[in-house]
Ligand binder design. Structure first.
Ligand code: IPD
Length: 277
């Protein structure tokens, strides 16, 4: 009744809730932590466990579908978005928070067909908030419809960002100088909460006016993009052009004016592409 991908959407919701339960329980327990691309890019046994659960259940139910998932990519799987139905999964977004028991962690499941995002499901594991967005059908959090902020003035904006995994001096300098530029433009504040997907959900909820980041991945962005667009917001490339899911960079805002102002203020930090790794 609710479109051709109803069964997939329901499976995503079920699995996000199941995964969330596992993550919530594991948050307070001892963890085995390893590093990936840098000393600040972390992974635990729970990331693997949850990813394996989500992917194996989806594979059983939808054997012809394709998958892009964070820990599989870290193990060398290619990130390519073909026209086939494709699931884009981040088992724990905010792994560093998870490691430190900082209670801002999420499961993110996006779904694309013909290279177009159809729906996104993001579950805030500790606050038990389920964010969903379906193309043409609106965005919701625990049943309540989401609307973005209509702010167009950067000097009245609360802006969210994330640091990204690279910590070499040149990258850090650019990161800090981007933040400085927004503060010079008199943004009310800049926040870093440690989870790209949940920051993007705050934007979708109208709890912040803009988001930007260099160094995030397609699995941080896919589900949240549908949720923001369905809440009336804009998701674009940091160049001001159309969003490229594989480009490891994004600007999002409630209004196109705000997104454009942020994009113009930023200097590029080069993180390469997800589909060229
Ligand atoms: C990361 C977090 C972090 C952001 C990174 C993401 P992960 O996701 O969202 O805040 O800075 O860009 O990759 O590794 O915890 O799934």
């Amino acid at each position: 009744a609710r479109g051709p991908w109803q069964e997939c959407f329901e499976a995503a919701v079920q699995l996000a809730l199941r995964a969330g339960q596992i993550i919530r329980k594991a948050l307070s327990e001892e963890k085995h932590v390893s590093t990936k691309t840098s000393a600040a890019d972390l992974v635990t046994e729970t990331d693997h466990l949850v990813e394996d659960l989500i992917i194996s259940e989806l594979q059983k139910r939808f054997p012809s579908h394709r998958f892009i998932a964070e820990e599989a990519a870290a193990a060398g799987a290619k990130c390519v978005l073909t026209p086939s139905p494709t699931w884009i999964v981040d088992p724990i977004d905010g792994t560093c928070n998870f490691v430190h028991r900082f209670p801002t962690v999420a499961v993110s499941i996006g779904f694309a067909v013909n290279q177009e995002l159809e729906f996104g499901v993001i579950y805030h594991c500790t606050e038990e908030r389920l964010y969903t967005g379906r193309r043409g059908q609106g965005a919701f959090c625990n049943g309540q419809q989401l609307r973005v902020s209509r702010e167009t003035d950067l000097s009245k904006a609360l802006v969210l960002t994330e640091i990204g995994p690279k910590r070499d001096p040149a990258t850090l300098k650019l990161f800090l100088s981007n933040m400085e530029r927004l503060l010079h433009a008199k943004a009310h504040g800049v926040r870093v909460i440690g989870s790209s997907t949940l920051a993007l959900c705050h934007l979708a909820s109208g709890a912040a006016d803009a988001y930007y980041q260099f160094g995030l991945h397609c699995w941080d962005l896919a589900a949240a993009t549908v949720i923001i667009r369905e809440a009336g917001g804009i998701v674009m490339d940091t160049s001001g052009g159309p969003l490229d899911l594989m480009s490891c960079r994004v600007v999002a805002a409630g209004t196109r004016e705000m997104a454009t102002l942020i994009a113009r203020a930023l200097q590029t930090i080069n993180y390469g592409r997800d589909d060229e790794k």
